[in-house]
Design a protein around this ligand. Structure first.
Ligand code: ZN
Length: 228
């Protein structure tokens, strides 16, 4: 799909207006822009009124050509050391935060990461790489998101005691997965941590106090994975 903004005209604009449930006249004017901004802010997109790949995806429309993947972004689940967390549980919290969804096996799923790395080193594929994730504002279109389970000290009570809690198995699995992805997608240029992307870690357009201190993924991924 082409990128649409104020002044755009044509059949893609009609499709957009139909998706937004507004008058479908094929002209992207001020009213369409206002509806787009509202939809974006409600669905975890940057509310800029421009309909790019992320917004098309949030509207449930594939962007057509395969996406170019040029970075890997590492996350932690911001859960306590030693505690397992399921992809369904993370999906529920992402749904509550209005992250973009995708359909797999006839079921709508909301988890925004492509991979979860569990405590025992098991790698769970969550979102197909071909689908845009929803995990780092401004980076979703061109990245793959990997999240390891953990990131908080076991004694944490309010989500502030950040800690690199990766188990030996998780460390090994992360390196193996990153190497595999770099082989599969030679376009990947860098591996970074979520904290290296933007202060708005959860991409909701608001910088919350938690985000200043969280520092997801709680270690310096850009240094550690620089030479993989
Ligand atoms: Zn993160």
């Amino acid at each position: 799909m082409q990128t649409l903004k104020i002044g755009s005209k044509g059949s893609d604009v009609i499709l957009l207006q139909q998706k937004l449930g507004i008058k479908a006249d094929g002209i992207f004017g001020a009213q369409t822009e206002a509806s787009v901004k509202k939809y974006q802010s409600e669905h975890g997109c940057t509310p800029d009124g421009i309909v790019g790949p992320h917004t098309w995806e949030a509207l449930g429309i594939q962007s057509g050509a395969g996406r170019v993947i040029d970075e890997i972004i590492i996350h932690c689940s911001a859960t306590k050391e030693g505690k397992e967390v399921s992809s369904d549980s993370i999906g529920r919290s992402h749904k509550a935060r209005k992250f973009s969804s995708y359909v797999a096996g006839g079921k709508t799923r909301y988890i925004g990461y492509h991979y979860l790395v569990h405590l025992d080193g098991r790698v769970e594929e969550c979102r197909p790489n071909a689908k845009m994730g929803c995990h780092a504002s401004g980076h979703n279109a061109r990245s793959i998101g990997i999240c390891y389970i953990g990131g908080l000290d076991a004694r944490d009570i309010n989500g502030t005691m950040i800690k690199d809690t990766r188990t030996t198995e998780q460390k090994g699995a992360l390196i193996k997965l990153i190497k595999e992805l770099k082989r599969k997608y030679p376009t990947i240029k860098r591996v970074i941590g979520h904290r290296d992307t933007s202060p708005d870690l959860n991409g909701n357009g608001v910088i919350e106090p938690f985000e200043f201190i969280k520092g997801c993924p709680c270690f310096d991924a850009s240094v550690e994975y620089k030479n993989l």
